[in-house]
Write a protein that binds this ligand. Structure first.
Ligand code: SF4
Length: 154
């Protein structure tokens, strides 16, 4: 089983109440190959919600107490982001997931790029909080923008 960001499967869990539908991901879910999860909802945050960026350089910094997850109005969401990441890890272990395909540039799900914490649209290299936790526990994280090998129809 592969863990995927729920918004990529068309679930309206994005901060603005929308989704990031990706037909290949939706098809994997429909075929029973992938399980959709949203770490920010699993952490207890509502939808819609304020956008969040990471004030540290990466999700690893947030996990290690060197960075915070903060909304555009300054609310600290660090605890709920870490809680959601651990819930996703729990689900991944339940279904013996070895891989995840997560939404690029999200402060939770990004695996290559995230926004830099200034809310100016600038990006930097780094993991989101959930992507960082999954990688730490041996679950390989791909972005939906990569050519992930197991997405092709047999
Ligand atoms: Fe999508 Fe991840 Fe953001 Fe949830 S936390 S809306 S799954 S990118």
């Amino acid at each position: 089983m592969i863990i995927v960001s729920a918004c990529l499967a068309g679930v309206n869990c994005k901060y603005d109440g929308g989704n990031n539908l990706n037909p290949r991901i939706k098809d994997m879910v429909a075929r029973g190959l992938a399980l959709p999860v949203c770490p920010e909802q699993l952490g207890g945050d509502p939808t819609p919600r304020e956008p969040v960026e990471l004030s540290g350089r990466s999700g690893e910094d947030v996990l290690d107490g060197r960075g915070r997850a903060v909304t555009n109005t300054g609310r600290d969401k660090t605890d709920s982001f870490i809680r959601g990441a651990h819930e996703v890890l729990k689900i991944a272990r339940l279904v013996n997931a070895e891989y995840a395909i997560l939404k690029e540039r999200s402060p939770s799900c990004g695996s290559g790029l995230i926004y830099d914490g200034t809310f100016t649209g600038r990006r930097c290299k780094g993991h989101g909080v959930t992507a960082a936790l999954l990688e730490r526990h041996g679950i390989k994280v791909y972005s939906e923008e990569e050519d992930y090998p197991f997405s092709r129809r047999p």
